[in-house]
Design a protein around this ligand. Structure first.
Ligand code: AMP
Length: 221
């Protein structure tokens, strides 16, 4: 099953994707994470990407598609896409290379998102996400330092929202027309949001469970 998580920056796509990865063994593809890892390599290409994302702009469709395809080749059949597609061009290209089952749109009020993004910190080492409004921590479980993403600074957030509305918001209609859209309201608990998504995916969720159960039975023999 291939799922897409759609929503404004900071709506919780990363957290929900991690739950799909941890609990259902989905391969989590975050184009933002791939870009941040590339930037951390400290080469010329990474520096070019850093300059784009610290302005809140989008990386070109060509570059993102290339990075995505490399990662897609490493994944099995259950995949959750987080932060991709972000433009209609990317969505149409994706339709040419993969069969998308459902698109989950996480609808979150802007004031909630702004507060979340202001408190968001990521581990410099493993990329795990924390929120200083909820956890008063200076370091990650792994010992890595928690830092604020350069693109979470207030003036960059404004630009990211603007680009989201112009470039990404039209995808809601695109996938709604394909009859693939599931809309969920973001709840304060990511667990609740995750469970609501699962209830929408009920039949496939059952099939997945069954597949997991068969795998377990097989191992137990
Ligand atoms: P994210 O971690 O998903 O918030 O992404 C961080 C930044 O990476 C975005 O603000 C963009 O600059 C860039 N980025 C991530 N995914 C894409 C994409 N699909 N298309 C273009 N730029 C992207």
């Amino acid at each position: 099953m291939i799922l897409i998580l759609l929503g404004a920056p900071g709506c919780g796509k990363g957290t929900i994707s991690k739950l799909f990865q941890e609990r259902l063994n989905f391969c989590h593809i975050s184009t933002g994470e791939i870009i941040r890892k590339t930037i951390a390599l400290n080469n010329e290409f990474g520096e070019m990407l850093r300059q784009i994302i610290t302005k809140g702009e989008l990386v070109s469709d060509e570059i993102v598609l290339k990075l995505l395809c490399e990662k897609l080749n490493e994944c099995g059949s259950d995949i959750i896409l987080d932060g991709f597609p972000r433009t209609l061009f990317q969505a149409k290209k994706l339709d040419e290379i993969a069969k998308i089952d459902k698109v989950i749109y996480i609808d979150t009020p802007y004031d909630v998102i702004k507060e979340r993004l202001a408190g968001r910190r990521i581990c410099q080492n493993c990329g795990k996400v924390y929120n200083v409004n909820l956890h008063s921590m200076n370091s990650c479980d792994c010992g890595g330092k928690l830092i604020q993403r350069e693109d979470d600074l207030p003036h960059v957030i404004e630009e990211r929202f603007k680009i989201y509305e112009e470039e990404t918001f039209p995808l809601i209609e695109f996938y709604s027309n394909q009859d693939k859209l599931i809309k969920v309201k973001s709840s304060s608990s990511s667990n609740d949001t995750f469970n609501e998504i699962l209830s929408f995916l009920e039949i496939k969720w059952w099939l997945l469970q069954k597949k997991k159960w068969i795998a377990w039975e097989f191992q137990a023999r």
